[in-house]
Ligand binder design. Structure first.
Ligand code: HEM
Length: 218
């Protein structure tokens, strides 16, 4: 085996694929947040943005296909890495060092699948509208407001955003580890930067259902 297949078969190859696709997904999450925050600028701005996007099928479908490929590679590499790690240690740890495996790293196993489930629900809710009782394909602003006025729906979104926050926090951290970033002075700084970036993204998203429930956005 040589070249690309060999790279993919190795643990470092899969970790690199996870880091690169993770970065692409992070780019989407940040861009999507920026677009969604237009809800605070009023219906005209948010709907104009959605119309602009839908009027450019090349951009929209290019992004959708890129996203799908990134998600698929991210998940396949994660599952295969988990298998490789288990195969490398068939007996398991005699005693797990939970203190060192950070809280966020232990949550990757369930936060990843929960985010995937959330995205399926989210597409049925805001893109296809089949999970939205008052869906209007031409009024994204209205869909967001009437969607989040249901406290249970907002609760599901907030829970999903918290999972996303934990996932991003550890994701950044793992990415730096893959890149070999380990330095007594910079490592704690990177750890703080990872936490701050994850928290900013999470709070940015949570602000939307929170503002709708508080009646500030209606
Ligand atoms: C408060 C949180 C969020 C709001 C208000 C929101 C809003 C929306 C809306 C309105 C759409 C449909 C856009 C349209 O059809 O023009 C959409 C699509 C989408 N959202 Fe979100 N979103 C949120 C969080 C997220 C998060 C955290 C993710 C990923 C983890 C995500 C992933 C997606 C995806 C993949 C699509 C489909 C894009 C497409 O192909 O059209 N969203 N979102």
């Amino acid at each position: 085996m040589s070249g690309l297949p060999r790279f993919w078969a190795s643990s470092i190859g899969k970790k690199t694929v996870m880091a690169v696709t993770g970065l692409a997904l992070l780019g989407f999450v940040v861009g999507h947040l920026a677009g969604n925050l237009l809800v605070f600028a009023g219906p005209a701005k948010l709907n104009a943005y959605a119309e602009w996007l839908h009027a450019r099928p090349g951009v929209l479908w290019g992004a959708r296909l890129g996203l799908l490929a990134a998600v698929a590679l991210h998940i396949v590499a994660a599952v295969q890495l988990a298998h490789m790690n288990r195969a490398a240690r068939p007996v398991g740890y005699a005693e797990r060092d939970w203190a060192r495996a950070s809280y966020a790293s232990r949550t990757m196993v369930w936060s990843g699948p929960l985010i995937a489930l959330y995205v399926v629900y989210h597409l049925l809710h805001f893109t296809f509208g089949s999970a939205h009782p008052a869906f209007d394909p031409h009024n994204v602003y209205r869909n967001v407001v009437t969607g989040f006025q249901v406290p249970l729906v907002s609760g599901v979104y907030v829970a999903a955003m918290l999972c996303l926050g934990l996932h991003l926090h550890h994701g950044f951290w793992s990415m730096f580890q893959t890149a070999g970033a380990n330095h007594p002075r910079f490592t704690p700084l990177l750890e703080k930067a990872s936490a701050a970036l994850a928290a900013a993204i999470t709070l940015g998203y949570i602000a939307i259902p929170a503002a709708v429930l508080a009646g500030w956005v209606r």
